[in-house]
Structures are given as C-alpha cells and as structure tokens.
Design a protein around this ligand. Structure first.
Ligand SMILES: Nc1ncnc2c1ncn2[C@@H]1O[C@H](COP(=O)(O)OP(=O)(O)OP(=O)(O)O)[C@@H](O)[C@H]1O
Ligand SMILES: [Mg+2]
Length: 263
C-alpha cells in the first residue's frame, strides 16, 4: 500500500497528471490538501484567511467556526468530488471521504496554541485559543482497507472527527503521515510544487530519519512540517519521498528515485 498526498497548488496546476498516475494503481490512499482553494472561496465570501506561526515555527491556518464551514464545503465537498470524478474519467474507481467518515481519523481540538507574533521589530510569543484545528490522535483504517479491498481508491480530505464529535481542520501532511503509519504503508509520497528539499538550491537526496528534526530547522515554512512528519513515519519503516508533483508522471519519482527520500 502507498499513501500519496498532494498539496493544493500542485493539485490545481497538475490534477490531470496526478490523477492519471493514481488511476493506474490499485494500492493508493490519496490524501489531498487545498488550502489555496479555501483561501479563494473565503475571499469570494468576503472573508480573510488567517495564518499564524506556532512557537516551533510551523505556519498554520487559523480556523474559526465560519472558516471551518468553508473548509469542509470546499475541501470535503468540491475539491474531493472533483478528484473522484477525475479518477473515474481516467478509468479508475474512487470514493471521497473525510477523516470524519468511518470515523477514520480522530483528532483532539487544540484548546490553546502558542504563536509567534511581531510587535514592531520584536518577536513575542502569545497564547491564543486553538480554534477548530485538531491534532491527530488515532487513525482507524477499516474503511480505507474496505474500499481498497473493493478496488476503490480512497480520496481523503484533511478533516478529522474531534473527540467531542465536532469537525476539525487538520494539516494534510500530518494526516497523510498518520494514515501511512496506521496502514504500515510501504511508501508515503508527498507531492509538492518543488523538486524536493532544497538546501543551497540543490535537492537533498536522502535524509536519515534520525536527522529529520535538525533538517527541519534548516528549511522554511511549508517544508519544515513535511520533514518532521516524514522523520516520524520513516522511523516506523515507511519510506517517505518528497517529490515534484508538477511533472507529467508525478509518481514516477518512486521508480526513478527522484526527490528527497527520508529513510
Ligand atoms: N528548503 C526548502 N526546500 C523546498 N521547499 C521549501 C523550502 N523551504 C520552504 N519551502 C517551501 O515549501 C513549499 C511547499 O509547502 P506548501 O505547504 O507551500 O505546499 P504543500 O504542502 O505541497 O501544499 P498544501 O499546504 O496546500 O497541502 C514550497 O513551495 C517552498 O516554497
Ligand atoms: Mg503544506
């Protein structure tokens, strides 16, 4: 089994090629991001997306109740179903779910988060309410397995069921990583809009899981969380590949050994 995650921008620009590669296989669990599309819809509805930086330097979307509604409608609805329809158009079979279906992904609402903020020139840390964002606690892979056994590709939106029965926004990279761990996937492929982890303009070929936390400190937002999650998954025996999702055959990075491999 392999878990593939594609980010929003990558998907919007190269959905056809990504979906084509997925439709060819029958062992893929596909997790999608789509933050950019949520931003677009929030703006259409007169809302302004909010982003914060956690104390550990991870940029994240701040989700209040209204924003969660848009998040679920756009990612769990529109984008999820668009991907399902495109897999079908390529001759595959797919079913779109969120982590709340099953339930498959259970998360705990972050009650409070510590964020870094700029006050003038100074950077300060502040505690704010966590909003409707969850930290994943448990993955129950039964529904994913059942779908795969039936020859149907699960397409999973990054929404979890909270421990109090609420819907929560979760990070797509974290979701893919936790699913990969739960199903003991052979590979976790993170398709993004860069050719891999870049240090001084060069793609890093390999990162040992023991070095991941240190590497994460040397890269910017977006990439740092991938490396942290990748390190944790690789420690459990899943090979993680961060590679270019904008190519004609994005999943060929597995065979070709392209991108950054975290092992
Ligand atoms: N050292 C680095 N090497 C490669 N990319 C980096 C580095 N530092 C920061 N980045 C940024 O990380 C981005 C990828 O993460 P980002 O969160 O933007 O996309 P994604 O995770 O693929 O999509 P989404 O967040 O919508 O799921 C790249 O576009 C790049 O700008
Ligand atoms: Mg991202």
């Amino acid at each position: 089994m392999i878990v593939v995650k594609a980010g929003g921008r990558t998907l919007m620009n190269n959905m056809k090629n990504i979906v084509k590669d997925i439709a060819k296989r029958n062992d893929v669990i596909f997790v999608h991001g789509g933050g950019d599309l949520v931003d677009e819809w929030e703006k259409r509805m007169g809302m302004e997306p909010q982003f914060k930086v956690s104390a550990s330097g991870i940029k994240f979307r701040y989700t209040d109740e209204k924003e969660l509604e848009v998040f679920v409608a756009v990612l769990g609805g529109l984008l999820n179903k668009k991907i399902v329809s495109m897999i079908s158009a390529e001759g595959g079979r797919a079913a779109g779910i969120t982590g709340a279906d099953g339930p498959t992904v259970i998360a705990e609402r972050k009650k409070k988060v510590i964020v870094r903020e700029k006050v003038g020139e100074r950077e300060v840390k502040r505690v704010i309410p966590g909003g409707l964002t969850g930290k994943i606690k448990e993955v129950r892979p039964e529904l994913l397995r059942t779908l795969l056994d039936m020859g149907i590709t699960p397409v999973v939106a990054p929404i979890a069921l909270g421990t109090e029965g609420e819907l929560l926004n979760v990070n797509g990279d974290q979701m893919a990583a936790e699913i990969a761990k739960a199903v003991k996937a052979e590979y976790l492929v993170l398709l993004t809009d860069v050719p891999g982890v870049l240090i001084d303009g060069e793609v890093v070929r390999e990162i040992k899981s023991s070095e991941a936390e240190d590497f994460a400190k040397r890269v910017g937002p977006g990439m740092n969380i991938k490396i942290i999650m990748a390190g944790r998954v690789a420690k459990e025996g899943t090979k993680v590949i961060i590679c270019d999702g904008t190519k004609e055959s994005p999943l060929s990075c597995i065979k070709k050994g392209e991108g950054t491999w975290i092992v």
